[in-house]
Design a protein around this ligand. Structure first.
Ligand SMILES: [Mg+2]
Length: 116
């Protein structure tokens, strides 16, 4: 399957549209609920990393419906939720990523020797 590359803005629009169509915005969506969903995806990635057979690139396909699962798919879910949240709130995430990425280049090593 060949897909035309999308800009980040196109991804944001596409991911938010899909989330709308799948009913994720049919009720009152508040910032805290959307952040909770992002956090849940981070936790799912953490659970994947805890598996005894942890492999960053392994993708398993659930038998009942073919759902792809694994650490990398949870990372994708985190990004998808972030773009959906930005779309719902009217944030141009592509612009803000560029702004923040440029600022990060100016920051000191480990932001002043933070441990993590
Ligand atoms: Mg997930």
């Amino acid at each position: 399957m060949t897909m035309k590359p999308k800009s980040l803005q196109e991804w944001q629009t596409d991911l938010h549209q899909t989330a709308r169509e799948k009913g994720w915005h049919n009720d009152e969506n508040t910032v805290w609920k959307m952040l909770g969903n992002i956090h849940a995806e981070v936790s799912e990635a953490w659970e994947e990393a805890r598996r005894p057979d942890f492999d960053v690139n392994a993708i398993r396909y659930r038998e009942k419906d073919g759902k792809p699962e694994g650490f990398s798919t949870e990372l994708a879910d985190i990004v998808i939720r972030c773009f959906d949240t930005a779309g719902a709130l009217g944030i141009n995430l592509e612009e803000v990523i560029a702004l923040k990425a440029e600022f990060n280049k100016s920051r000191p090593f480990r932001h002043g020797n933070k441990r993590a």
